[in-house]
Design a protein around this ligand. Sequence first.
Ligand code: NAP
Length: 290
Amino acid sequence: MQKVAILGLGIMGNGMAHNLLKAGFALTVYNRSREKAAALEAAGAQVADTPKAAAESAELIVAMVADDAASRSVWLGDDGALAGVRSDTLLIECSTLSTGWVRELAELAGRRGCAFLDAPVTGSKPVAESGELGFLVGGDAAALERARPVLEAMGQRINHLGPVGSGAIMKLINNLMGGVHVAVLAEGMLLAEQAGLDMQQVVTLLSNGAPGSPMVKGKAPRIAARDYDTHFALRWMHKDLSYALDEASRHNVPLPTVAAAREIYRLALGQGFGDQDFAAVTEALRPKPE
Ligand code: NAP
């Protein structure tokens, strides 16, 4: 079995790492806060002190961290993974990132002789845990075939979009729509609540009616219950909408609806909801008692 390293053991990386272990890969893990590696260590993973140390023993490296800054920090610098790779190591960036940084990272990987894929994921915490993620892959088809056994240990749907950066842009489009869905769901549900409707009935009607996207179906019952246990942190949705707006401005595509939604998430961030599930955007809009 291939030797795999995973960098980042947050909500998503943790589930992905457990599934790599279950599939029998020899796994080395790195996380900035080492305590998050304890359960994986107990389950048989090696824990590395730096991304570089994790990379040194790996044939394939998966990164799953927060944003561009986090990705830079695990790949670059004296302790970064790029300092530890061999020329035949395959690098896979699964974090949701800007296309600019993904292409820069692919270029840096290429200078070390390494193949690179951007492979951001669809699906949230439960899907990462159950090994049913979708992958949106950009990069070379031959590199994807090398990566396939590892991706299949963590997910079910592997979609090849095109060259490096194609996975990243598809992921931003996916999330800009998801972010807008939940912001407008919050508005609709608050109006229903203030108008005195039966919220269980509202959830059923919205979920089963024309607006009932998978996103609405998943979030409506949680908003009704004010259950904001984090599956996808609000601060990362704000990040994704920001990357999407930057990307769109480079293509001269107006995204006024996304811009408005991003402002609502910014408001919620400012009110301290950043670490809660992004459905907590509802609380930032909830009318305050007179
Ligand atoms: P998370 O639980 O907040 O975990 C973030 C990870 O990034 C942690 O390992 C964290 O390390 C690390 N990190 C943050 N800043 C860092 C820095 N400056 N240097 C090094 N490491 C840093 O987030 P998540 O939900 O797993 O999301 C990870 C990525 O997947 C994000 O790009 C997100 O947009 C994307 N994503 C998430 C979901 C979802 O539903 N959760 C779905 C699809 C895609 P510490 O533990 O030390 O903080």
